[in-house]
Design a protein around this ligand. Structure first.
Ligand code: SRM
Ligand code: SF4
Length: 583
């Protein structure tokens, strides 16, 4: 017996047609090697050939250029200033202080922005690494036990895990599962070690199966996995393809409910694309987690759409074949039957800032890092904040580790009580703690967008801080000071800032213009719905003013903004995305 799931009559298991070009380049890549090594030697250009431009993603890098200066360079007939963004692999977001000091130094010495950027998927990025420094970067990471394998491209990405420092035993076990899942689903090709770490190629024969899980053509599209510990859905599981919800008894992990097929991205004007919540397949004992993970990944590998990349993610496969059929296939491949889901409840998302004491007696400090950008800010709205120096000083004395959260924040975890006062002082002196940060600011998030993201249609990271100033003033005016709305901005509909799980989600449409979505819930189990299209800042603020005034006057006791806008009939609830989201 297991949960009911939708069925589709006469499902199309394999989408026929001409495959997307990415399929050719993966097939020809000799297991992700391509001609990256040759390209690296070519100093006539700072960039990579079109095929390698795609392939380096599977090694954790994206080719970029600074869009603020792109037009000026074009005018001067110069090639764009090509560089790479690196995204590290950090299952569960844990990084030790030795590793931190190494990445801090690399960011200073070899990146053009000098920052460490914490991401919405519990890791960090360097922006602006020039070609001659790429190998050094990987060797630096390797020297402290880090890598960037499979943090991008058509593979399983960084595996997330709830940052729960308080229940240390449960967290430790969940974190170990996140690490095991990451290793299990990692590409097995040795391309990364050969290209970046100068390791010898080990010859293989035709009979060797190089990629038993991912296959020689890897996955049809990116794939995302989480381990989440209720009641905190801080990792926003519905943004992910495969989720293991930790079920515990007496503080001990016994197994997982498995949720499949979440994802947030869409394309403006293409109603065949939409954000979608994951389906609950049922419960499995923890020992079966790796087998189930492999079965879900291989089913998506074989049934995912390789013709149209816009419909290639697991969420579309589930809607095409029916979640019921997908689960049956997973059961057959893993040789396991899902049991009924075990009860659990998510009550919130986000991080709990400040100090908490763990059951192990250690202290943990969660720092709010606006936009996840760790930098010593020389000018602008954060002028004087020495976040990067502050983190370095903490890393020098801290005996525990750091945990990056999926909300672009950072936990100084496992602090010995004797060091608490010193760490607090360093954090305050460098602007890492401020008593002035409002609940609204702590509930707001934005993706990177300009100047580094090539896909940005509107500002996000650079826009959010000022927008929050205005929203704070509006809330205060409407007698809502101290209250907050989950507000997220993404520079385009890919949704990296997870606006598609926000109570107010702003999605970039063009310079200074956003689509406005309303109505996700606090626990992150409902996607919002379009409210206004292509609106500018003045309209956005006027709408937030009018809506929050109504919320203030008409809400039921304790009713969250996202629930209110649905109950008040301001937007309709999205129950089934494929049916309701664009309706
Ligand atoms: Fe993302 C692409 C940044 C989380 C959906 N994302 C990009 C690129 C690499 C642009 C590109 O393809 O050239 C962005 C680089 C910007 C820059 O300059 O750094 C980018 N994504 C980010 C980060 C850094 C946003 C942030 O502010 O933290 C996040 C890094 C995560 C990580 O560490 O792995 C990030 N991206 C997400 C999320 C949120 C999540 O996973 O929780 C999503 C939505 C969830 C989902 O996958 O549905 C997301 N990013 C995308 C997509 C759309 C995928 C799709 O299904 O169509 C793209 C574009 C693509 O893949 O074609 C994209
Ligand atoms: Fe870039 Fe769009 Fe992702 Fe923002 S949502 S980082 S603009 S791809």
């Amino acid at each position: 017996m297991s949960n009911d799931l939708p069925k589709v009559e006469n499902p199309v298991l394999i989408v026929e047609g001409k495959h997307a070009d990415n399929e050719r380049l993966k097939a020809e890549s000799d297991y992700l090697r391509g001609t990256i090594l040759e390209d690296l030697q070519d100093r006539m250009t700072g960039g990579f050939t079109p095929d390698n431009f795609q392939l380096i993603r599977t090694h954790g890098m994206y080719q970029q250029d600074d869009r603020d200066i792109r037009a000026e360079r074009q005018k001067q007939k110069l090639e764009p200033l090509h560089n790479v963004m690196l995204r590290a692999r950090l299952p569960g977001g844990i990084i030790n202080t030795e590793q931190w000091l190494a990445i801090d130094k690399f960011a200073d010495d070899h990146t053009s922005y000098g920052s460490i950027r914490l991401t919405t998927r519990q890791t960090f990025q360097f922006h602006g690494v020039l070609k001659p420094n790429i190998k050094l970067m990987h060797q630096t990471l390797n020297s402290v036990g880090l890598d960037s394998i499979a943090t991008a491209g058509d593979v399983n990405r960084n595996v997330l895990c709830t940052s729960n420092p308080v229940e240390s035993e449960l967290h430790q076990e969940a974190y170990e599962w996140a690490t095991k899942l990451s290793e299990h689903l990692l590409p097995k090709t040795r391309a990364y070690a050969e290209i970046w770490l100068d390791e010898e190629r080990v010859e293989t024969t035709e009979d060797d199966v190089i990629e038993p899980i991912l296959g020689s053509n890897y996955l049809p599209r990116k794939f995302k996995t989480t381990v989440v510990i209720p009641p905190n859905n801080d990792i926003d599981l519905h943004a992910n393809d495969l989720n293991f919800v930790a079920i515990s008894e007496d503080g001990k992990l016994i197994g997982f409910n498995v949720l499949v097929g979440g994802g947030l991205a869409m394309t403006h004007g293409d109603n065949a694309t939409y954000p979608r919540c994951a389906d609950d397949f049922g419960f499995i004992p923890k020992e079966k987690a790796l087998d189930i993970a492999a079965a879900v990944v291989t089913t998506q590998r074989d049934w995912g759409n390789r013709v149209n990349r816009k419909n290639a993610k697991t969420k579309y496969t589930l809607d095409r074949v029916g979640a019921h059929a997908f689960r049956e296939e997973v059961e057959a491949r893993a040789g396991i039957k899902f049991e009924d889901s075990r009860p659990y409840k998510f009550t919130h998302r986000g991080d709990n800032f400040g100090w908490v004491k763990g059951i192990d007696g250690k202290e943990h400090l969660t720092l709010f890092i606006e936009n996840g950008r760790i930098l010593d800010f020389p000018v602008g709205q954060f002028e004087g904040k020495q976040l990067k120096t502050g983190m370095r000083e903490i890393a020098k004395i801290h005996e525990g580790d750091f945990r990056l959260t999926a909300n672009q924040n950072l936990i100084v975890a496992g602090v010995d009580p004797k060091d608490k006062a010193t760490i607090e002082k360093i954090a305050r002196d460098h602007g890492l703690i401020s008593d002035k940060v409002s609940n609204q600011r702590m509930s707001s998030m934005a993706c990177v967008a300009f100047p580094t993201c090539p896909l940005a249609m509107a500002e996000a990271e650079r826009y959010l801080p000022g927008l929050v100033d205005d929203v704070e003033a509006i809330l205060e005016k409407n007698n809502l000071a101290g209250e907050s709305i989950i507000l997220r901005v993404t520079g385009c509909p890919n949704g990296c800032g997870r606006a598609m799980l926000a109570e107010i989600g702003l999605v970039g449409k063009g310079p200074g213009k956003y689509n406005m979505y309303l109505g996700a819930d606090l626990a992150g189990t409902r996607v919002p719905k379009i409210y206004k299209e292509n609106v500018d800042e003045a309209t956005i603020l006027a709408e937030i003013d009018a809506l929050s005034a109504r919320w203030s006057k008409e809400r039921n006791e304790g009713e969250a903004f996202g629930d209110f806008v649905i109950r008040a009939g301001i937007v309709a609830e999205v129950v089934i995305s494929a049916r309701d989201f664009h309706a």
